[in-house]
Design a binder for this molecule. Structure first.
Ligand code: F0G
Length: 458
């Protein structure tokens, strides 16, 4: 290859204006929102790295497919295309559309999980954990030890600790483990990939105890490309073939198509067991819709079907992982440690390392996220003790193992100069780090408090 620059494998076909705000406007917005960045209006944010979920840019092919969608209530042609594409990629037989990932989770756990049971996962995403806990069960994270250390380098930091999995099953008893999950890539642990070899080892344990294995497949395409780059024996395989091999190890999956479905909304549940599928469809009809649309418009089904195919394009994946790594390099150059190696969809700033004077009880990652917005209108999200701290009966909190700020990169949306700007903002915050103070929570909900909590500076 004569040129080393990895380019965006697309040209921009339609633009959307973004606007600067003044420091005074941002301060007023922070006060109004109770220092919770979820409370900001989109127009108050310049570069929005809150999430890579549903925030990407669709392709002209997706828009074209949407125009030709079939909006039949039952038996829509768009559903059959959706089903064919998903079965083609995953090999799973039963495909159930849902409006997004957490709807798939809620339905699956309502069918499989009983109170008092334990669901192991490399690391549960917050909605996954909350939906399991809502069923009265325990969500247990058993990622490998390297996955908990931000600076530790490991090619597959999202891998499950297979010995811990087996120990968990022995400890709680096989009948109390209704399913095992593996999240690809491991979002809450830094967007880290999982190797095929590791999933195979997890599968072997599941087989030994007769426990079904489900993937949380939100970022399966990014995970497949990491496997191609890092796992011996996969360099010459296509992302599609690798994804197929990964799914072949599972009994089913939950999926948010707002990630590697390259769509603004959508998701699905897929599995091989027809009896589980039947029970899931019954619940789907109750709250989401008829099984051939599951809460989505026909055009959403088309957007997802086309998006899933595009997400497996090799040029796209090469650009995708490279642009995220570029942001990580820039953040480190600006003096902010990041989770290493960088994940596929996001860069995770290590707030504990940057702000050692802010104790976990004062939410250092929340403080860093607020400061990035205050300084430059950049919105990230706290992934630390606000999101994962555990409240004890006496009101005290056990802090989360990591205090991170996630800067998630929407797919096909920002250019390199946007990212260069973000790096300047990070550098400015690093310069002010001795002046950054923590926060206390003044209002919170019993579940998923990070979405609506209100804070006060300490
Ligand atoms: N699982 C993982 C690993 C996720 O990252 C998400 C969403 C979900 C499940 C739930 O999917 O939002 O469609 O209901 N993650 C988004 C994020 C919200 O910002 O990381 P959903």
């Amino acid at each position: 290859m004569p040129f080393r620059t990895i380019i965006e494998p697309f040209r921009i076909h339609s633009t959307q204006a973004i606007q600067h705000t003044t420091p005074e406007q941002r301060e007023a917005a922070l006060v109004r929102a109770g220092y919770n960045l979820f409370g900001l209006h989109g127009d108050e944010v310049l570069i929005d790295l809150l999430t890579d979920s549903g925030t990407g840019t669709m392709s002209s092919r997706q828009w074209a497919a949407m125009m030709d969608a079939d909006e039949s209530y039952a038996g829509s042609r768009s559903f059959y295309r959706f089903q064919d594409v998903i079965s083609g990629i995953t090999g799973l037989k039963e495909v159930i559309p849902t409006h997004q990932g957490r709807a798939a989770e809620r339905i699956l756990f309502s069918v499989l999980v009983k109170p008092g049971q334990v669901v192991p996962n490399n690391t549960h995403f917050d909605t996954t954990r909350a939906n399991i806990e809502y069923c009265g069960a325990e969500a247990r994270d058993i990622v490998i030890p390297e996955g908990r250390v931000p600076a530790a380098k490991h090619p597959f930091k999202g891998n499950t600790d297979v010995a811990a999995l087996e120990a968990t099953i022995k400890e709680v008893g096989r009948e109390r483990v209704p399913l095992v999950m593996v999240t690809v890539t491991n979002n809450s642990g830094g967007g880290q990939p999982v190797s095929i070899a590791n999933v195979r080892a997890v599968r072997a344990v599941c087989d030994r105890y007769g426990i079904p294995l489900y993937l949380d497949a939100c970022r399966f395409a990014e995970n497949a490309y990491f496997i191609k780059l890092r796992e011996p024996g996969y360099a010459d395989k296509t992302p599609r073939a690798i994804a197929r091999e990964l799914f072949a190890l599972a009994d089913g999956c939950t999926m948010s198509a707002k990630k590697d479905g390259l769509a603004n909304i959508g998701g699905f549940l897929a599995m091989n067991d027809p009896d589980v599928a039947r029970q899931c469809r019954n619940l789907l009809i109750l709250t989401e819709g008829f099984p051939t649309y599951g809460g989505l418009a026909g055009y959403d089904l088309e957007a997802v079907a086309t998006g899933l195919e595009e997400a497996l394009d090799e040029d796209y994946l090469k650009y995708r992982l490279r642009s995220t790594a570029y942001l990580a390099e820039k953040a480190e150059q600006a003096g902010v440690p990041v989770v290493q190696p960088p994940g596929g969809h996001a860069v995770y700033l290590d707030a504990r390392a940057l702000l050692p004077r802010v104790p976990p009880a004062h939410y250092p990652a929340q403080a860093l996220a607020v400061e990035l917005y205050r300084v430059g209108g950049v919105r990230g999200v706290e992934i630390g003790s606000v999101m994962f701290g555990r409240r004890q009966a006496d009101g005290r909190e056990t802090p989360a193992p990591l205090e991170l700020v996630r800067l998630a990169v929407p797919r096909r949306t920002y250019t390199q100069s946007h990212i260069d700007y973000v790096a300047e903002v990070i550098a400015e915050v690093a310069r002010r780090k001795d002046r950054v103070t923590g926060y206390r929570i003044v209002e919170q909900a019993p579940w998923l408090r990070h979405f609506t909590a209100r804070f006060e500076p300490i």
